[in-house]
Design a protein around this ligand. Sequence first.
Ligand code: SF4
Length: 222
Amino acid sequence: MKSDWRIAGWQPVSLIDYPGKAATVIFMAGCNWRCHYCHNPQLWYSQANNLPFSNVLHYLRTNRSLLDGVVISGGEPTLCPYLPSILRAIKQLNLAVKLDTNGSRPAVVRRLVRAKLVDFVALDLKAPASKHVALTGRPMAAVLLTARWLKAQTAVPYLFRTTLSPRLTLSDLHTIGTEMVNGATTWQIQQCRCPGAYSAQKVCEFATLLKKYAQDVVVRGL
Ligand code: SF4
């Protein structure tokens, strides 16, 4: 029932969250991680999904001609049991869908891509295996599976994203590059907005030193 599908929030239009597209951004609450720099702790618990999705659907129908796509962000959207239903409703409007994920549920990502419910995946690579629990509260193994699968498939474009926590060293970034990024199409390095964060100049310096790991290494958030 569409009336029962609840979301935590939405932004009618963004020009920066879906590469090359004007998109509505939907935030789904519920997250299985606890990153130390998380800017959305209010989205950690699924009880924060208290807005009807039908409002967004009405907006998407009314403004269809102005939009290219929808970004599904969070929290961690792959935890939501009715996410496929929401995506089906969006795809019926012939809108492109970008999924933002922490990669903790590789089987869900695979299923959504294979069902053609997702057209673009942005995967967060938050830390190397040795620091993953310290930075996110959970181990890295599932993320590695998601990263490997995305690199091996050709159905949808993807990008990897790393937020430059001040707890990550350049050596950690090289380890992420070797463990997970190696051979990827795009690796996006983002400045962290937290106390002690690296300067914009340092972020750019690091990005330059990491160019060998992906076809394109880009910086965002400066
Ligand atoms: S995965 Fe995202 S939403 Fe979850 S704790 Fe980390 S930064 Fe916050």
